[in-house]
Design a protein around this ligand. Structure first.
Ligand SMILES: Cc1cc2nc3c(=O)[nH]c(=O)nc-3n(C[C@H](O)[C@H](O)[C@H](O)COP(=O)(O)OP(=O)(O)OC[C@H]3O[C@@H](n4cnc5c(N)ncnc54)[C@H](O)[C@@H]3O)c2cc1C
Length: 524
């Protein structure tokens, strides 16, 4: 994946003319190509130090090449891409190392402690909240090692009786699913970053995928972990559940490389679905559709996939305000909102769930739209990041953010965040969908598009701050699944309290006394 863009360059198509024309009606279009010619800053690590790493891992697995260091710089948020596109490679690691297994990771951590070098675990590099941007200076360290887990790609164990699989951390989503598929099994974790994000990254950020209604969040799939910390190994999870004090698995899930390097992840697996059916439902308003989701969740009637776009997102996604959304729906009752509902499983299970959900949604006032919208969503479910690059190329600023609250706070949260973004970015288009649903609440996922102007990063950062402040003021969580990283860290204490922040600092001190792991990330 290039440093300045998402994904496989062969899949990047540019903006189709029709879409470019449509976008041009709303935002000024101008060519803003990325700079690829900027030199990577020189490595801060002395040759003798790098030689020490080579002795540990072998010549081929210690890389100081500028091209590789460029690729391991930051993650894939829009600010990350904008910095890279402008030629700012200031956060480039000094060296990239590629451990072959748990013992290699242990050896690198010992080397880093001895030599006071920061270690940044690098999975797929799809982080969107600054989780890959360590600050060695703040921790008094002399440089940064990017710990690229890409060689650790094994399926280590499969317990078919218990339905669990143990993976190494560097497997990307499709690779893990392909290994399981050989046994007729699946994991069922499909974030939009599925093609590049890794098993270790999913665990380290407590990721949530597009099928979370049916299969759950990633952290809920994890039953056991092996973690290498600077003070020793931690192995957790000898049983699915227990009452053996606080569950320490939870301490390492979501720890974003600040407490240790996750070297093995054991997850619950399930049979591959025989049937997949996705369909659309139309609602008169976002509030009405969201309330239908709440009622499904509270009646234990969740399908596998469930998402609801607000009026703006519905209109934009369909790029045809006459079809659904926009002024006046087909029934003349005002703007409409599209819900995507998906069912996966055995034919009998799908038929039974579909019948029950259909009856419930019909009774709640939903209008079935057939399989067309569902098929369109399934076809394009991993394409949006490519579109973002094309829009950035054309001078349009695009970024997403997400949050989560209880149902009783949903409307308040939606209004506050939308208003904050619209006020901070005049002329912005703010879209939203309910992306993940629980019996007690839901996640809201916002997409913002605005004129990039002369300095899109300078335009975006105050808007992001305004949105974060609105989330805090609404009493919601600063993140549902993108994690804390460095971007959300200023808002974490407001959510977990001073004592909570002190607990995190105390754990950090216990497992990483020299502060080499991801300094500056997560811990307030
Ligand atoms: C276009 C796009 C779409 C996205 N869609 C979703 C989505 O639908 N759902 C979602 O949840 N997220 C989404 N994300 C965010 C991101 O993909 C997730 O946070 C993902 O889980 C990160 O995995 P990764 O392997 O890329 O981790 P990285 O980006 O490499 O790392 C993320 C953080 O975890 C740490 N880390 C990585 N591996 C380990 C390890 N083995 N041990 C310890 N620490 C580790 C890193 O140091 C860093 O702090 C999206 C991102 C992009 C760019």
């Amino acid at each position: 994946m290039p440093a300045t863009r998402w994904g496989d360059p062969a899949h990047a198509t540019g903006l189709p003319d029709g879409v470019r024309d449509l976008v041009g009606l709303v935002f000024p279009i101008k060519d803003t190509p990325a700079r690829e010619d900027v030199a990577v800053p020189a490595s801060r690590l002395a040759d003798e130090l790098v030689a020490g790493l080579r002795e540990l891992l072998g010549e081929d697995n210690v890389v100081t090449d500028d091209g590789v260091r460029r690729l391991r710089t930051r993650g894939k948020s829009t600010p990350d891409l904008l910095r890279q596109r402008a030629g700012d490679l200031g956060d480039a690691p000094d060296v990239v190392v590629r451990p072959g297994g748990h013992d290699d990771v242990v050896a690198v951590l010992a080397w880093a402690q001895e030599n006071r070098v920061a270690v940044v675990p690098f999975g797929g590099g799809t982080a969107v909240t600054g989780g890959l941007v360590a600050d060695p200076d703040a921790a008094g360290l002399v440089g940064v090692v990017s710990l690229d887990l890409g060689r650790m790609r094994g399926l280590l164990a499969l317990d078919a009786v218990s339905s669990t699989a143990t993976f190494e951390p560097g497997l990307r989503g499709p690779e893990a699913e392909a290994l399981l598929a050989q046994h007729g099994l699946m994991l069922g974790h499909f974030p939009q970053s599925f093609e590049y994000a890794t098993i270790g990254g999913f665990a380290a950020t407590r990721s949530s995928g597009q099928s979370s209604a049916g299969y759950g969040r990633f952290d809920a799939m994890v039953v056991a972990l092996r973690v290498a910390t600077p003070v020793g190994e931690v192995r957790l999870g000898v049983s699915p559940a227990n009452a053996s004090g606080p569950d320490l698995r939870e301490l390492f899930l979501g720890s974003e490389g600040a407490f240790g390097v996750i070297t093995e992840v054991t997850v619950r697996v399930r049979p591959l679905p025989e049937v997949k059916e996705y369909e659309g439902w139309r609602w008169r308003s976002f509030a009405e559709g969201a309330d239908a989701m709440r009622q499904l969740a509270q009646a234990d009637l969740l399908p596998t996939v469930l998402r609801l776009s607000d009026e703006n997102e519905t209109a934009i996604n369909l790029a045809d305000p006459e079809a659904i959304g926009g002024e006046g729906g087909a029934d003349g009752e005002g703007p409409g909102c599209l819900m995507v509902v998906g069912y996966e499983g055995t034919p009998a299970a799908v038929a039974a769930k579909k019948a029950a959900v259909t009856a419930a949604l019909t009774a709640l006032g939903g209008a079935p739209q057939g399989s067309g919208p569902g098929a369109a969503w399934a076809h394009g479910r991993f394409d949006a990041p490519y579109l973002r690059d094309s829009l950035l190329d054309n001078g349009v600023l695009v970024e997403t953010l997400e949050t989560v609250a209880f149902w009783s706070n949903r409307e308040n949260l939606y209004t506050r965040v939308k208003t904050a973004l619209e006020q901070a970015l005049p002329g912005a288009m703010v879209l939203c969908h309910v992306s993940h649903v629980y019996a007690t609440g839901c996640s809201l996922y916002f997409t913002v598009a605005a004129p990039g102007g002369e300095d899109p990063l300078a335009a975006w950062l105050p808007a992001k701050a305004a949105a974060c402040e609105a989330i805090v003021a609404a009493g919601a969580s600063i993140t549902h699944h993108h994690a804390v990283g460095t971007d959300h860290k200023p808002y974490l204490t407001a959510e977990i309290g001073e004592v909570g922040a002190e607990v995190l600092r105390a754990v950090k001190k216990a497992v990483d006394p020299t502060g080499i792991l991801n300094p500056g990330v997560l811990i307030p």
